[in-house]
Write a protein that binds this ligand. Structure first.
Ligand SMILES: [Zn+2]
Length: 454
């Protein structure tokens, strides 16, 4: 039975439709409904005791799988759009199946009770790394089931770690910290988002219907099954995922008898990669890695988790608009959050409510040293039953001069500190750097051009 001879719910594609391709039948299947002829989702019981009784996540619309799908959305998170482009361009067959030989994890993370708890993990597939092993038969039968997590190992090199070695803050051990160039061995876990909608709704304190309707409306109506298929409870949203960086033996993470140092870091490309000095992101990340390495060297475990939530999940365009509004409006700490609220409507869209899922997946029960000042991250973690024994702010000497505005505003709004919390009056005195020097750059450039002309 093929889709072209048995459309579920289709409309005729107009014959003069631009770019009409022979790749698809004339019928476009806009959406499906429960109880429709032939609709028979593969059973999926979120929170079941093991992968096989939970069932595979089937999201492909390819061929007969359209009727057997048990999840909404597409694989790849935000990259699902590039996947569609590759098919449109003819570079990728729409029925392509990955050859997953030798792609298995470099470390087998042991099963955790949280994997079978539908309240503890709602935003990733706890078996997403182990598809090849758990659903071998289905894969061999030609089912399109794909990993949503992957585990690998790597060496990484950080300038700050090399500096720490030079300054005597870290010692080369030849195993975790390989040499004085700052080379470190790390186990990495990448995860794409897989949402169990009833669980996500619960975390946000909304009913599932409202969540589904909002996701449908505000993605331009991209996923009609959010509305038409209340029986499908799983959604693969088109957003970025996360990466876990583990220092030291990964089996130590879930061991309550050893210490754990943890940093949960949200992406800030301008600082993390390009070392812009307007915020504390890269320094705090480097500090987090240093402390994670140190904890691992002391027989414990060090973990840094990197979430793709650029600019407090507002994105870089909004972030730069806010930078401009700050710099043109007198960049003082008392107005720091107002500038963001003026442009984005809120000060933060990171919603840490889903963040602890990965900690539960790793089997973390307590965090000895939490390398973060964020009250939102702290509360989200503690609310799900993980203890935080000590909170460690970024050391003062690591705070870049132009980021004082950010850090003081955050501390005043409730971020954790062991230092001083400024008064409202004092906050008006914390000023960021202006753009004055930029005039010099413009002058030097024109001088240069002038010289070249002669
Ligand atoms: Zn930043």
């Amino acid at each position: 039975m093929t889709m072209s001879t048995d459309p579920i719910e289709g409309v005729e594609q107009p014959s003069d439709s631009p770019g009409t391709s022979t790749r698809y039948s004339k019928h476009i299947i806009l959406t499906t409904y429960p109880g429709q002829s032939g609709i028979e989702p593969v059973p999926l019981e979120w929170g079941a005791a093991d992968a096989k009784s939970r069932g595979p996540i089937v999201v492909s619309r390819s061929g007969n799988l359209l009727k057997r799908r048990n999840a909404i959305g597409a694989h790849g998170g935000s990259y699902s759009i590039y996947n569609a482009l590759a098919i449109a361009a003819g570079d990728l067959d729409a029925d392509f199946r990955p050859d997953l030989r030798n792609s298995e994890p470099t470390f087998n993370f042991p099963w955790q009770p949280a994997w079978a708890d539908k309240t503890k993990i709602v935003s990733l597939d706890p078996y997403g790394h182990d598809i090849v092993n758990q659903f071998k038969q289905e894969l061999e039968a030609g089912w399109d089931i794909r990993p949503t997590m992957a585990v690998t190992r790597a060496n990484m090199k950080l300038a700050e770690i090399a500096e720490d070695v030079k300054n005597g803050l870290l010692e080369v051990d030849g195993s975790i910290l390989v040499d004085s160039s700052g080379e470190v061995r790390v186990t990495k876990v990448a995860a794409e988002p897989v949402w169990y909608l009833p669980g996500v709704a619960e975390r946000f304190g909304v009913d599932e219907g409202t969540l589904r309707r909002t996701l449908f409306e505000h993605t331009g109506g991209s996923y009609p099954e959010l509305i038409t298929r209340p029986d499908l409870k799983t959604f693969l949203p088109p957003i970025g995922g996360l990466t876990v960086y583990i220092f030291g033996p990964p089996e130590r993470i879930a061991d309550e008898n050893v210490k754990l140092a943890l940093r949960v870091h949200d992406e800030c490309n301008g600082s993390d990669v390009f070392q812009s000095d307007i915020c504390t992101c890269r320094p705090y990340l480097a500090f987090g890695i240093r402390e994670a390495v140190r904890e691992a060297q002391n027989g414990g475990s060090g973990v840094v988790i990197y979430f793709r939530k650029e600019g407090r999940a507002l994105g870089e365009v909004i972030k730069y608009l806010v930078y401009n509004a700050r710099k043109r409006g007198g960049d003082t700490a008392d107005k720091y959050f107002t500038r963001t609220e003026n442009i984005a409507g809120v000060r933060d869209m990171r919603f840490q409510a889903l963040m602890p899922d990965i900690l539960h997946w790793l089997g973390i029960k307590k965090i000895d040293r939490m390398l973060s000042m964020s009250n939102m991250k702290h509360d989200a973690i503690v609310d799900t039953g993980i203890k935080i024994l000590e909170r460690i702010p970024i050391p003062d000497e690591m705070i870049p001069s132009d980021s004082r505005v950010e850090i003081d505003a955050k501390i005043q709004s409730g971020y954790f500190t062991t230092g001083k919390k400024l008064t409202d009056e004092e906050l008006t005195q914390v000023k960021g750097r202006g753009w004055e020097k930029w005039e010099d750059i413009a002058v030097s450039r024109s001088t240069l051009l002038f010289r070249r002309c002669f």
